[in-house]
Design a protein around this ligand. Structure first.
Ligand code: ATP
Length: 248
């Protein structure tokens, strides 16, 4: 696996993501506790853990939507929160919310986001992505009338509108049919066919082992396991997630 920064990277660093002692509190509740994590370029990392473990909070920090309450976060060599605006140009985020405008059509949503990100030809980009996610025939449908899974496909297109080198996917398979799940594999590379650095959360252990190079388990906001996929199994992951095995 190449660990060199992609040509589009803001800084030629070895690491796409570096977290050093990152913590996050919501009031008195601790969602992430002293997390260290370094992800090289091109690596795909599955973030696993029980409900409430801090997975979404971690992705929201990396997407610059939430500020860590302690620690240091560097994305593509840029430091958060000071360089958050620059980080957003290199990061795509698929969240639980679609961030789509209900009253706009599928195509209008993508053109809108294309303009927002300064994409060169937003209309052409929108058509390319509608085709990629299998929505070309629904381009002019108002978004609120699209089914849940079709909205998820459109949200995936929105997440890569600016061809980001780093992709953050929070339970991306929610609502997708089998073909939609296969579509995720195509999002793992950028427009030039270069692998993206991907962090994705899922509760599907087999799928995580299938997609990712590395698995990270969070339990109650702490790192409980960090392993190459080749060195673990669904059984081990399940035991750590259920708290049946000591964290390390
Ligand atoms: P799930 O698998 O259920 O999606 P998760 O691992 O993504 O869970 P988070 O959503 O990151 O977990 O939540 C971590 C903790 O932070 C939980 O205890 C949750 O209740 C709390 N939390 C998350 N968002 C907020 C918020 N906006 N305000 C207060 N507490 C929050």
């Amino acid at each position: 696996m190449a660990a060199t920064a992609p040509a589009s990277a803001p800084v030629a660093t070895t690491w796409a993501i570096e977290l050093d002692g990152v913590s996050h509190r919501y009031g008195s509740s601790r969602a992430l506790i002293d997390l260290d994590l370094s992800v090289p370029w091109d690596q795909r990392v599955a973030i696993l853990g029980p409900n409430g473990a801090g997975k979404t909070t971690l992705l929201r920090i990396l997407a610059t939507l939430v500020r860590p309450t302690a620690g240091r976060a560097i994305i593509g060599g840029l430091t958060l929160p000071a360089q958050a605006a620059a980080v957003r140009r290199h990061v795509g985020f698929l969240a639980h919310q679609t961030f789509l405008y209900d009253e706009l059509t599928a195509r209008e949503n993508l053109v809108f986001y294309g303009r927002l990100y300064g994409v060169k030809d937003p209309a052409h980009r929108a058509d390319t992505l509608l085709d990629l996610v299998g929505l070309a025939h629904r381009a002019n449908t108002r978004t609120r009338t699209l089914s849940r899974g079709l909205q998820q496909r459109l949200a995936l297109a929105r997440a890569i509108i600016h061809d980001p080198a780093i992709l953050l996917l929070d339970e991306p398979e929610t609502g997708l049919d089998l073909a939609g799940a296969g579509l995720l594999d195509r999002l793992m590379v950028d427009d030039a066919g270069r692998p993206r650095t991907v962090l994705l959360t899922t509760h599907n252990l087999e799928r995580a082992l299938d997609i990712a190079h590395r698995v990270v388990v969070l339990v109650q906001g702490r790192l409980a396991l960090d392993r190459p996929v080749a060195a673990t199994s669904a059984r081990e992951l399940s035991a750590v997630i259920r708290g049946e095995r000591e964290a390390w």
